[in-house]
Ligand binder design. Sequence first.
Ligand code: CA
Length: 228
Amino acid sequence: MSDKPKIFIVEDEKNIARFLQLALEKEGFRTASESNGRRAYEKIVQESYDVVLLDVMLPEMDGMEVCRNVREISDVPIIMLTARDDVKDQVSGLNLGANDYITKPFSSEVLIAKIRGILNRRENLPRDDEKRLITGSVILYPERYEVTVRGEPIELTHREYELLQYLVENKNRVLNRDQILQKVWGYEYGGDTNVVDVYISYLRTKIDYRFNERHIHTIRGVGYVLKD
Ligand code: CA
């Protein structure tokens, strides 16, 4: 069953999302849905979909921005759902790397034909289902111990990588220095937590300061927390 293609429906209008879900499942596709643009982007990065149906007007991050961000790191097929006659949206969608678009209102037959066309063209290409961890523009590839920020590869030592991954896996949770030391360095460091502060400063230099972003926050008297 799991080799059925999985279609990700990104649409905040519940009726349309429901209509798409029913039409696609009737044709034997698996579906997942999301109504929020930012969450949709995170899911596209973390999960593996065969085709993404992407509405333009979405809360928090619009479809164009989702498309542009996804294209920095993934070539998952994207079909934009645009308003009728909005040629500007159709053109910008394709310019941002969408594979196709369909104008609302549309028939499920036309949409399914487009999906099948895209799937047939991709059948012999390798699948992009590598595991990723994401925090804002920071993406970790645990299988390769590699990190990109805004699509740009970052050179980290093994220990810096381990520290960053631990922070990302505990995103939005305050971690104290002892916890970090124990998890990332193990017991052999004998409780000297200065090394944690030193490595946090290395990560800040390579990520936050270099890209003028702010992911690593100091909680005075406690430890650190990583945020989007
Ligand atoms: Ca919408």
